[in-house]
Design a protein around this ligand. Structure first.
Ligand code: CO
Length: 473
């Protein structure tokens, strides 16, 4: 090792760690007192927004996610803030028009985000373009904003080293600032990571960030080999909310590289103070049941079946509902077949649910594709975008016979909609950002707006009739 190459750390405790372990329930009040300490660490970035945090704020915590972002921005003046952004879905569950995507990027950066990690469940780069272009535009205008494109990591015939290298080149051509390998299921093995990162490094000069989960027990080793292959940034979580379905522990990775050319330079004493702060919260979550010890262990099935853990547990509950738990192995065998029929997509939200549910249907109905979900139909129609391999023409003919399929970028068919959305919700609007909250989660945002209004009018919300969503005026 000739030159020093400190590994950079993206800290996830304010986003993915609590999303993965405690259903995204960490409230803003718990975050604020420790921000001053966290700002002294020298993290490459702190991931603190996007993903499920937005929905969880509005729905369960009755918090304004934009206010959370502004408070974290104030508390971390010297640290880059990072968010997760699901391409044309933004943080919601459908494709949005470009004007909504652009406005969301604009407001995210205006309220404090520096790095936007953008991904698509099919790795269809066309679904990332609007968000990436919007970020680049702001960067050119204001000198702030970093577009990171994340590739959903998966296994399968289509996903050769050539595939990943070719994707890396395309990402560089799109003008992105960095690339993330997003291993949401913890499938990436240490030596495979070495090969993958080496190959991608040979194809691009962009920094590479590795994001994995400890689900299958290998992520710490995977990070080590990835760093040896030249990986620039790793995503870790402070120990109290690390491992299990979360990320490897920050302190452990920092200590692993200490004294080597990859030394992060981070101060274990400051990290220890942060860990001490979060430790009682972990205990509290264990006691209340919010943190289930089940998610803390090693789920070896993930590696055996190459299927995300969450998808397996969904499948079990679907089979249980139908009193068909004895068909578990049949469904496990059916999953790779359905995935092939659908063009071998990565298995991440929402493609994981679509493939998993269809596999259950195919087994229980006794005839493949006798019944198909609306989501299966939309995927076959091309409404989610293009898959890496062609879909099975016989399945297309059986499920959506005679229908014309979409081959363009799906959002090209969605006219601008921001003005209409604003008109629909203007009675609740207190800030421009409210329009975007409503665009993503119309019902949940409306409930939140009503709650907020009741609070402002100093109404006793405990007397509110929440079942009927009526608050005393
Ligand atoms: Co993740």
């Amino acid at each position: 090792m000739a030159e020093k190459k400190p590994v950079k750390i993206c800290e996830t405790i304010l986003r993915d760690a609590h999303q993965s372990l405690i259903a995204t329930r960490m409230p803003t009040d718990l975050m604020l007192p420790i921000l001053e300490r966290m700002d002294k660490v020298g993290y490459h970035s702190v991931e603190c927004w996007g993903g499920a945090t937005f929905d969880a704020c509005l729905r369960f915590l009755k918090e304004d996610p934009w206010q959370r972002l502004r408070l974290i921005r104030d508390g971390l003046p010297n640290t880059k803030l990072q968010m997760l952004f699901r391409g044309q879905n933004i943080l919601g569950y459908r494709h949005y028009a470009d004007d909504v995507v652009e406005d969301f990027v604009e407001k995210s950066i205006a309220n404090g985000i520096d790095i936007i990690r953008i991904f698509d469940c099919l790795n269809d780069l066309r679904n990332l373009k609007a968000a990436v272009d919007a970020t680049i535009k702001i960067k050119n205008r204001e000198g702030r904003g970093h577009a990171q494109i994340a590739l959903s990591y998966t296994l399968g015939d289509a996903y050769t080293l050539d595939y990943w290298m070719n994707m890396a080149k395309q990402i560089e051509e799109m003008g992105a600032d960095s690339i993330c390998i997003k291993d949401m299921a913890g499938l990436l093995l240490p030596y495979k990571a070495y090969e993958l990162v080496s190959a991608m490094k040979s194809a691009t000069s962009l920094p590479i960030d590795l994001h994995s989960h400890y689900t299958s027990g290998v992520a710490g080793m995977t990070y080590l080999k990835a760093v040896e292959a030249g990986c620039d940034i790793i995503d870790t979580a402070m120990s109290p909310l690390s491992m299990g379905t979360s990320q490897p522990a920050t302190e452990v990775m920092v200590e692993t590289f200490k004294g080597t050319d990859y030394d992060t330079g981070l101060d274990q004493n400051i990290l220890a103070q942060i860990a001490d702060y979060f430790a009682p919260y972990r205990e509290e979550c264990l006691k209340s049941g919010l943190l289930n010890p089940k998610v803390m262990g090693v789920n070896i099935k993930t590696l055996l079946y190459q299927v995300p853990g969450g998808m397996l547990s969904n499948m079990v509950s679907q089979l249980k509902e139908q009193n068909a738990e004895d068909r578990y192995n049949d469904v496990l065998n059916e999953i790779p077949k359905v995935r092939k029929d659908m063009g071998e997509p990565p298995l991440v939200t929402p493609s994981s649910q679509i493939v998993g549910t269809q596999a259950v249907f195919n087994v229980l109905m006794g005839e493949r594709y006798k019944m198909a979900t609306d989501q299966t139909k939309d995927l076959l129609r091309g409404k989610y975008g293009q898959t890496v391999k062609p879909m099975n023409p016989e399945v297309i003919e059986k499920v959506i016979p005679g229908e014309e399929r979409i081959t363009c970028r799906p959002a090209d068919l969605i006219p601008n909609e921001l003005a209409k959305i604003e008109a629909d919700m203007k009675e609740y609007k207190q800030q421009d950002e409210d329009v975007l909250s409503y665009a993503l989660f119309p019902q949940v945002a409306t409930d939140f707006f009503k709650y907020r209004q009741a609070q402002q009018e100093k109404v006793d919300v405990t007397k509110a009739d929440t079942t009927n969503n009526a608050y005393p005026a």
